[in-house]
Design a protein around this ligand. Structure first.
Ligand SMILES: [Zn+2]
Length: 247
């Protein structure tokens, strides 16, 4: 079976002397594993487009359970990621989160759009990396079936309040008047962080990263999104653990 796909290389493993084994997020087949023969040799025709974080176009054929990359062409290399270990680590984490959440063998065009935008903003360094991380976490989880309910206070229906609480385990919010149950873990959100959290879930995907936040609001937004991601992923992601060592 032969197929053409656009995708991002989420992960690369070495295989044999000069081969690569790539995990790709593709528009047509979700997350797949693909073998690229000889791709670790810089002279190989697939060397550039099979490196990690590249967005490109791939001609693949399938032999039993494995995809084999026949031809490839890169479109975006996100070279700015190499300039900064923190931004690179956020990108690593988002790639691992994608592998956790996105199924294989089904279309994943929206996930690809999300990851292309996230890697672009991280590479360009035009948004705080923690803003990119948090918005991508919230959106990816929503797309993966964990849509939180951020419309109003779960108790009284209030839409806005100077202080709101986000409860990661349920994905719901309550206002400062109603509060949360005793022993229920909740993240405090001021107006800026509340707006950001709603935006990350409900905004047009093309405008997902089109906002900025004060330091205090970013801290709250970031904490809420990470707690939500932790509550919805079963295993602890090694890339997140590494990222935390730098924060
Ligand atoms: Zn309330």
């Amino acid at each position: 079976m032969h197929l053409t796909a656009s995708g991002i290389v989420l992960k690369v493993s070495q295989s044999g002397d000069s081969d690569r084994f790539c995990t790709l997020l593709t528009d047509s087949h979700g997350v797949i594993s693909a073998f690229a023969k000889g791709a670790r040799s810089m002279k190989n025709k697939n060397a550039t487009a099979t490196a990690q974080f590249v967005y490109g176009h791939y001609e693949l054929f399938r032999r039993r359970d494995t995809y084999i990359i026949d031809e490839s062409q890169y479109e975006e290399l996100y070279t700015g990621l190499r300039e900064d270990i923190f931004r690179l680590s956020v990108a690593q984490y988002l790639c691992q989160l994608t592998m956790e959440l996105v199924p294989g063998e089904q279309p994943a065009g929206e996930y690809l759009q999300l990851m292309r935008a996230a890697l672009w903003y991280l590479s360009e360094n035009s948004r705080h990396p923690l803003l990119v991380k948090a918005a991508a976490e919230m959106r990816m989880l929503s797309m993966a079936g964990y849509m939180p309910d951020l419309v109003m206070c779960r108790e009284c229906g209030a839409y806005e309040h100077d202080l709101m609480f986000f409860v990661p385990s349920t994905g719901r919010i309550s206002c400062g008047n109603c509060g949360v149950k005793r022993r229920e873990y909740a993240v405090k959100l001021g107006r800026g962080a509340m707006t950001a959290l709603r935006h990350s879930v409900y905004a047009d995907l093309r405008k997902l990263f089109a906002f900025t936040l004060s330091d205090e609001s970013l801290k709250q937004f970031s904490e809420a999104a990470e707690a939500f991601a932790l509550s919805k992923t079963e295993k602890r992601l090694s890339t997140l653990a590494f990222l935390k060592t730098m924060m």
